[in-house]
Design a protein around this ligand. Structure first.
Ligand code: THU
Length: 129
């Protein structure tokens, strides 16, 4: 599965996001080392603070399927600039794959690529240590 295909799966997942409050739907597709792909869309909540980002929904779906090794994450949003995962998602992604490759694309096709290790360099330092 190419990174372009992964982006398409993220775009499809975005359509199933639940975002009635922000109306900002995000889709994520996480490719496992096995080649399997797990998707997620953001799930908002009336309390706002309990909202779950698309990336974390994808992680939960993968873990529930028994998969914890990933090599790429694609994110799709309808924004001016490609979104970058929030701090909470960075920590959760780093639990399983600290050097994950990330591609983020807008509906208009603007694309950004980064590594999780650059966005979040010391995920475990000093924790349970
Ligand atoms: N959101 C994501 O799902 N992923 C991101 O990377 C950025 C933000 C969601 C959370 C919330 O439902 C909405 O986008 C607005 O922040």
């Amino acid at each position: 599965m190419s990174s372009n295909d992964l982006v398409h799966l993220a775009a499809d997942a975005r359509l199933r996001a639940y975002a009635p409050y922000s109306e900002f739907k995000v889709g994520a597709a996480l490719r496992a080392a096995t080649g399997e792909v797990f998707t997620g869309g953001n799930v908002e909540n009336v309390s706002y603070g309990l909202t779950i980002c698309a990336e974390r929904v994808a992680v939960g779906s993968a873990v529930q399927a028994g998969t914890t090794e990933f090599d790429q994450l694609a994110i799709v949003s309808d924004s001016e600039e490609p979104v970058v995962p929030c701090g909470a998602c960075r920590q959760v992604l780093a639990e399983f794959c600290p050097d994950l490759a990330i591609v983020s694309r807008t509906l208009s096709g603007r694309t950004a690529e980064f590594t999780l290790s650059a966005l979040f360099p010391k995920p475990r330092q000093g924790i349970l240590g």
